[in-house]
Design a protein around this ligand. Structure first.
Ligand SMILES: [Zn+2]
Length: 83
């Protein structure tokens, strides 16, 4: 049994979930699927274990071939919020 985890941000209950996590690194984004994380049911904060972040750092550092590439659309908000 794992102890009930409490969110350090808001005191809410954390639930273990498998998520897709996007990690900015320099001017790039790295997307990781099948990430086990603790998600706060109250504020939505995502908590990643040291083991998880180390594994992601290792992938970013060694750049193995990714499973797939995704295109990400980029917008300028300045153009959208014109008077
Ligand atoms: Zn929280």
């Amino acid at each position: 049994m794992e102890p009930i985890a409490i969110c350090a941000e808001c005191g809410g209950t954390l639930e273990k979930r498998t998520i897709t996590h996007t990690q900015p690194w320099g001017d790039r984004l790295y997307r990781f699927e099948d990430v086990t994380a603790l998600v706060c049911l109250q504020c939505g904060h995502i908590w990643l274990s040291a083991e998880t972040t180390q594994a992601m750092d290792e992938i970013i550092r060694t750049q193995p071939p990714p499973r797939k590439y995704e295109q990400v659309p980029v917008f300028s908000l300045a153009a959208a919020i014109r008077e």
